[in-house]
Structures are given as structure tokens and as C-alpha cells.
Design a protein. Structure first.
Length: 275
């Protein structure tokens, strides 16, 4: 590997599962990063640490941690500073949601998803900003979703779509407010994703409606590594001129439906061109 993150201290949330967090931890460490992870499960968090170290990388994990609790979030940042004294990249990857159709959704269901997919991003970012400033600046990568840009016929994504749309708004405003401190803020906008844990859910809820990758140009569902590679780019100096932007990574699904990011449809109206 080329060492694209050589000696950078990177904090990745949600590294205890089998998804993008773990894939990013492995990839970032291979590229020379000093990785700090955090997870809701100590078993999962420490398994990721083991895998990274077995591959020759450097990683520690703070777990278990509840990212909706401000005191626990601050403890993660304090651990980063006590071990490394700096922070270069914050990757807000963690997310938890309840897939409940709107007619069955309780206020508790709504608040659970908003807390774990929007509040958690705000809390971790707010806690990390002072350390990023003291480190001379850095990069924040937030994780939104294609559900923030368009509706889906998969029921139960109402709160998820609202939370991830909030992440996009938060990303844009943070980019404006943090630019004077040399802190870039961008959002990764993934489409569908399949890993070992979600494969059964996908087969039950999505595959029958979207055979062979649905309308994706690439005819497959995204894997954790697909998104981790894009996050690596955003974390690296190669993305030094990107700020306040949303990077849509959906295998070409949006364009194959004639949509622009944001759900607008390409086409022509009488008397004008829709460009």
C-alpha cells in the first residue's frame, strides 16, 4: 500500500460490526493510519482490533460506548487525546435504526433512530472539534444515505430517511463554520449494502424487488469495502479541495433511473431544457 494516511490519527465510529466500519479500519490501517475505533459491543470492537493487528496495522478500540450519551462520547475523544495527543480524521460511520412502517411507528421508534443516526453524529463531531482545531485542522466524514435523496418502496425507512437528510444539512453547515479552522467536512452517501450480518434481511426485503442488483448500472449491491475505499479517499490529502460536498456511491442506481442526486428527473419541458 502507498501509505495514503501515514501517521494520521483516525477515529472511526461503529467498528464493532461486519460492515463499513470494520472494512474502513482494516483499509485505513493498511494505509498507515493510527486507528481508534469505538463500538457498542466490546466483543465486536475487540475482534476488529484483532483483525487489524493481525494484518500488521495499529488500532485500539473504546468499547462499549453509547454514542447518544454525551459523557461517553467525550470519553472516546479523551482517549484519543491521551494516547495520541491529536486527531486528524473523524469518520462518523456508526448508525442504528428501527425499520418500522409509519403506520406502526411509535414515538420511541422515531426517537431511537434520530438519536442513533443524527444526534450521535452531532455529539461526536461537537466533542471532536476542539481536538481537531488543536491538531491544526483535519477532516470529518459523515455518513448519509441514498434514502436522504429519494424515497424507496422498502417500508420502514421513514425515520432513517429523515435522520440521514439531517446529516446532509449538518454536513453543509459544518463545512461553512469549520473552514476557518482548516477542517473539511464531507458526506459519503451510500446506496444499498450487504454484509454477512445483513444478507438475510436483504434477501427477504430487497432482493425479490430488485433482482440482479435492481436498476444499478453495476448490477450488484455495494459491499463494505466499496464504501470504505471512498471514505479512504475523503480522508486522504487527495481530497484536499473537497469541502461541504456529498459523494453519492450507489453503483449507478440513481442515474439508471433517470434521476439526479436529490431525486430530480432528467428530461425536457416544453419551451426549455431541464439541465
Amino acid at each position: 500500500m502507498s501509505g495514503r494516511l501515514a501517521d494520521k490519527v483516525v477515529l472511526i465510529t461503529g467498528t464493532g460490526g461486519q460492515g463499513t466500519g470494520r472494512a474502513a479500519a482494516l483499509l485505513f490501517a493498511q494505509e498507515g493510519a493510527r486507528v481508534v475505533g469505538c463500538a457498542s459491543s466490546s466483543e465486536g470492537g475487540q475482534e476488529t482490533v484483532r483483525l487489524v493487528r493481525e494484518a500488521g496495522g495499529e488500532m485500539l478500540s473504546v468499547d462499549p460506548v453509547d454514542l447518544t450519551e454525551p459523557d461517553q462520547v467525550q470519553q472516546v475523544i479523551d482517549r484519543v487525546e491521551s494516547v495520541y495527543g491529536r486527531l486528524d480524521v473523524l469518520y462518523n460511520n456508526a448508525a442504528r435504526l428501527r425499520n418500522v412502517p409509519i403506520l406502526e411507528m411509535s414515538l420511541e421508534d422515531w426517537r431511537f433512530t434520530l438519536a442513533n443516526e443524527l444526534d450521535s453524529v452531532f455529539l461526536m463531531t461537537r466533542a471532536a472539534i476542539p481536538l481537531l482545531i488543536r491538531s491544526g485542522g483535519g477532516t470529518i466524514i459523515n455518513t448519509s444515505s441514498v434514502s436522504a435523496l429519494k424515497g424507496t418502496d422498502i417500508l420502514g425507512f421513514t425515520a432513517h430517511a429523515a435522520a440521514k437528510a439531517g446529516v446532509l444539512g449538518l454536513t453543509r453547515q459544518l463545512a461553512v463554520e469549520l473552514a476557518p479552522y482548516n477542517i473539511r467536512v464531507n458526506a459519503l452517501v451510500p446506496g444499498g449494502i450487504v454484509n454477512a450480518k445483513t444478507a438475510q434481511w436483504f434477501l427477504k426485503n430487497v432482493a425479490q424487488k430488485q433482482p440482479e442488483g435492481g436498476r444499478r448500472l453495476l448490477k450488484r449491491i455495494g459491499k463494505p469495502e466499496d464504501y470504505a475505499r471512498v471514505a479512504l479517499f475523503l480522508a486522504s490529502d487527495e481530497a484536499s479541495y473537497l469541502d461541504g460536498t456529498e459523494l453519492l456511491v450507489d453503483g449507478g442506481e440513481s442515474i439508471s433511473r433517470g434521476e439526479r442526486p436529490g431525486g430530480h428527473v432528467h428530461g425536457h419541458r416544453k419551451g426549455r431544457s431541464d439541465v
